[in-house]
Ligand binder design. Structure first.
Ligand code: SAM
Ligand code: ZN
Length: 284
């Protein structure tokens, strides 16, 4: 059973209370739970497009790919780099841009097996992603919403995960508790290099993101996870391609060349950075 507790109305930030299969604020705004238990807290006026975020097809491709566990070492790297003081019973974790819920599902299961029970909330702007996630794991609160305006009160979470996503640091800082932690997971310079060499005539130099630091956060640790994996069918290769930005960026010729492949051996190169929220100094 999902809890869907301690959430805020996306229109006026008033607390939401649960009434059977809906959440309501004191001003009468009502959000019905979907059949599978998720709730859509993305009001129409906050949508930039009619169907924001990953499409139904992209979500299906990501789910097929991730279910093969080629990225399971990323789950392990997340857990082994996770600061131990924040790996305790009862911590409140948000996966901001959770996609179809692979990481939050795996993390919850592994920690549960270690007798660590955490509260998990998964949020994504794509209703397709959240709908798929809500079928995967019923013990998570799944929300359609935007990182730009999280439908939660201040200091709601102890940890925010942003995995291959779109961080909005001021909003993450607001939603994190005092000294709360943020994990950013991103591609490193050699990520899927073999595929990129086929897709592009030349490979651009790698530009690290946030190399000058991030406002409101201090960097606690930085690590990389590098390994190889193989894909042995054209369907798997297309599923991977569909979940990367390369599907839109690569040239026609590059994509046609990838269509000829029946197998490929690939490098995964992932960067993990843990940040801690910095408290504002009150000069008053
Ligand atoms: C590259 S996918 C990563 C998904 C998931 N974290 C994973 O690694 O499997 C990026 C996700 O961010 C979502 N997204 C895009 N803009 C967003 C926003 N403003 N707020 C929340 N999610 C967003 C997309 O719908 C998509 O599911
Ligand atoms: Zn309201």
């Amino acid at each position: 059973m999902t809890t869907l507790e301690n959430l805020s109305c996306p229109i006026d930030s008033a607390p939401l209370s649960r009434y059977e299969r809906s959440l309501k604020c004191e001003h009468g705004h009502t959000y019905d739970l979907a059949k599978t238990g998720y709730v859509n807290l993305l009001p129409v006026q906050n949508k930039r497009s009619k169907d924001p975020g990953d499409s139904k097809d992209m979500v299906a491709a990501r789910q097929s790919f991730l279910n093969q566990d080629c990225y399971f070492p990323v789950v392990e790297a997340i857990l082994s780099s996770w600061p131990k003081k924040a790996l305790v019973d009862g911590i409140r974790v948000l996966d901001a841009g959770c996609g179809e819920g692979y990481y939050l599902g795996k993390i919850g299961k592994i920690l549960h097996d270690q007798k660590i029970n955490i509260e998990r909330v998964g949020l994504d702007i794509s209703k397709w992603a959240v709908a798929a996630a809500s079928k995967r794991d019923k013990s998570v609160s799944w929300l359609v919403g935007s990182n730009a305006s999280l439908p939660v009160p201040d200091e709601r979470f102890d940890v925010i995960l942003c995995l291959f996503g779109f961080p909005i640091f001021c909003e993450f800082s607001r939603a994190l508790s005092k000294s709360g932690l943020l994990l950013l997971v991103e591609s490193g310079p050699d990520h899927l290099i073999e595929l990129r060499k086929i897709l592009y005539p030349s490979i651009h130099d790698y530009k690290p993101t946030h190399s000058d630091g991030v406002a409101n956060f201090e960097l606690l640790s930085e690590s990389s996870e590098n390994y190889s994996f193989a894909l042995n069918s054209q369907v798997d290769i297309q599923n991977l391609l569909s979940m990367t930005p390369h599907i839109h960026k690569a040239s026609y010729d590059g994509r046609e060349a990838v269509k000829q492949l029946e197998s490929i051996s690939l490098t995964a190169d992932i960067k993990l950075r843990w940040y801690q929220k910095i408290e504002e100094v009150n000069h008053a």
